[in-house]
Design a protein around this ligand. Structure first.
Ligand SMILES: [Zn+2]
Length: 387
């Protein structure tokens, strides 16, 4: 078996679910922090566990380039390599190839690209992307897709969507033939024995640009190929937010209600709440961690740019409504000082708070769904505003 997904309660379109993976239970809707190179920048795994992170995202593109898939595989797979006992999802590498490589060359066979690290030439195909993700050994892996650029004309979007569908079939075919090669299939310790007979799950990705009819067709034809979960890709590529929302809404209605739905690469706290309310089960985004490293903090009172001089003498906690270890111990003045002094600790503490805020937000969303309350950010209050 690989994963199982049960919906425990619904509230409008929102769903409260339990996603069981080989490495533990994930309560949905869930926000997945991004651990690009087998590390959530600045935060150690024990703190992520303490924060209640149930599933992390790893980037195949980055891990493939460094330290290399074979190295990770020989070390027992990502979980053991990074000492993370809970669930992991890896992307296919497709998005990074498209976002980090202007000189990429796409053909029917795959994508030729240059490493952003040393300029060396590489080639990803649906088969090699599956081979890489099987070697890394995440619980959930993603089909290889082409992220269509925006804007693009309809014919270009259609061709790209068709290519993604052909690649989805090839991804599944390779996966089915090689899924027993996941590193856990060779348990080397008693602890790992429980993972015998457990397999990864491969999700398909809906594309189709901003065209609602193509999104529908992409979803329907992907469902014919059959996956245990479906992702909505190709969004947050520079389009206005209202359009993102319209595409998500139009796509969700064509996805099976009994399978997990993963919206890739979103969003702000307001957005993740909104998408959960629309029926999205899984989300990931670099925003909380990246913003933290730039001193932008999300709080129940709105966004705080901690670098501002007005916090230099502010003894209050960053967010009086936040129970995280940062808000329990440190003042805004101290956080501002660390940032101004360019201390590594500033990145650590800021990231811990922002992740805590995102995880608390999703915890509150799950609570609202369970109670049948309206799914919104800070029930009873206005949504976050820019200070
Ligand atoms: Zn906090």
């Amino acid at each position: 078996m690989s994963i199982s997904f049960e919906i425990e309660a619904t509230n409008g379109c929102a769903r409260l679910g339990r996603l069981k993976t080989p490495h533990g239970l994930v309560e949905t809707p869930v926000f997945m922090p991004v651990g690009t190179v087998a590390s959530v920048k600045g935060v150690s795994q024990d703190i992520l566990e303490e924060l209640g992170v149930q599933i992390l995202l790893g980037n195949t593109y980055h891990l493939y380039l460094r330290p290399g898939v074979e190295r990770v595989r020989q070390l027992g797979g990502l979980h053991r390599f990074m000492a993370w006992p809970r669930a992991i999802l890896t992307d296919s590498g497709g998005f990074q190839v498209f976002s980090l490589n202007e000189l990429r060359q796409v053909s029917e066979e795959g994508v030729k690209f240059r490493s952003h690290l040393d300029g060396s030439s590489h080639f990803f195909t649906p088969e090699s992307a599956m081979e890489a993700q099987i070697g890394l050994g995440a619980d959930i892996i993603m089909a290889f897709d082409e992220c269509t650029e925006h804007p693009a004309d309809r014919e270009r979007v259609r061709q790209s969507m068709e290519l993604t569908l052909r690649w989805a079939e090839r991804s599944k075919k390779y996966f089915e033939g090689h899924k027993n090669e996941v590193p856990w299939s060779r348990p080397s310790s008693v602890v790992d024995r429980r993972l015998e007979d457990q397999l990864q799950a491969l999700f398909g990705i809906v594309q189709g640009g901003m065209d609602l009819a193509l999104r529908k067709e992409s979803a329907e034809r992907l469902i014919e190929i059959e996956f245990p979960g479906y992702a909505i890709g190709g969004l947050s590529v520079g389009e206005p937010r209202a359009l993102t929302r319209a595409v998500v809404e139009a796509t969700l209605e064509h996805l099976p209600s009994d399978k997990p739905r993963y919206l890739m690469g979103v969003g702000t706290p307001e957005e993740i709440v909104e998408y959960a309310g629309m029926g999205v089960d899984m989300m990931d985004c670099v925003l909380p961690t990246r913003a933290a490293r730039h001193g932008l903090l999300f709080t129940s009172g709105g966004r705080v740019s901690i670098k501002q001089a007005r916090y230099a003498g502010d003894e209050a906690p960053l967010d009086a409504n936040c129970g995280c270890r940062v808000c329990q111990s440190y003042s805004r003045a101290y956080l501002r000082h660390l940032y101004a002094a360019n201390e590594v600790l500033a990145q650590v503490l800021n990231t811990v708070h922002n992740l805590s805020f995102y995880l608390d937000t999703m915890r509150a969303v799950r609570h609202s769904i369970a109670l049948g309350n309206k799914v919104q950010l800070f029930p009873g209050e206005q949504s976050l505003a820019e200070p």
